[in-house]
Design a protein around this ligand. Structure first.
Ligand SMILES: N[C@@H](CCC(=O)N[C@@H](CS)C(=O)NCC(=O)O)C(=O)O
Length: 212
């Protein structure tokens, strides 16, 4: 049984929970972080000295933090050979796109765009700064668009760990009030993700409680 610490409105927790849902794994989850607090207690800091969510423990195994490492653990332990290939070369291809999506999409979206639009009071928002951040983000999304013109998923024809790292960002990207560049293959990919039950359960959830 997986034990997970982290509020469900955290984008990193959402990536983890989406993977847990796709892999059909039983879990218990504790609401920790943001309005729930609890990340600065000695007990939690003993689990994760960074005081961040998510944290995962699988049975009697190591306590894990860092979403990318947690996802790779779950994929290696429970994923199929298409979700996380065993052979080093196809695995590295999936890993390359997963790492790329975490660094170039999630990190250029969450704080630079989402926080400025949703977690900043309207009278403190700077539309030019937001637009510039969206432009930076969309330079990376254009690379995803080129991939998705060629095949159904980010790293190839199969749903993989790389789609978790890219796709968990897209619900908020398409939901918030910004001007978006047209990217038809990305939009169609997102529409297909919204048909996946685990995506609906763990990613497409309200972020109202995060609003400034
Ligand atoms: N590099 C870490 C970042 C973790 C992180 O920043 N988590 C945020 C939520 S997405 C957090 O703990 N925020 C404080 C809170 O929720 O109280 C990872 O990828 O897991």
């Amino acid at each position: 049984m997986l034990e997970i610490w982290g509020r469900k409105t955290s984008s990193n927790v959402q990536a983890l929970m989406w993977a847990v849902g796709e892999l059909n794994l039983p879990f218990t989850r504790h609401d920790i972080g943001h309005r729930f607090g609890g990340t600065d207690t000695p007990g939690f800091l003993a689990l994760n000295p960074n005081g961040t969510v998510p944290v995962l423990r699988d049975g009697d195994g190591h306590t894990l933090w860092e979403t990318g490492a947690i996802l790779r653990y779950l994929a290696a332990q429970y994923g199929s050979d298409t979700f996380w290939p065993v052979a080093p070369s196809p695995r590295a291809n999936v890993d390359k796109w997963a790492e790329w999506a975490k660094l170039n999409v999630a990190q250029t979206f969450t704080v630079p765009v989402f926080w400025r639009v949703v977690r900043t009071p309207a009278d403190q928002q700077d539309p030019q700064v937001i637009q510039s951040a969206v432009t930076t983000l969309e330079r990376s999304l254009a690379i995803a668009e080129a991939q998705l013109v060629k095949h159904d998923f980010l790293a190839g024809q199969d749903f993989t760990l790389a789609d978790i790292q890219l796709g968990h960002v897209l619900y908020r990207y398409y939901d918030i009030a910004i001007d978006r560049a047209p990217m038809p293959a990305l939009r169609s990919y997102y529409d297909r993700l919204t048909q996946r039950p685990a995506y609906r359960d763990h990613v497409m959830i309200s972020y109202d409680e995060l609003r400034a």
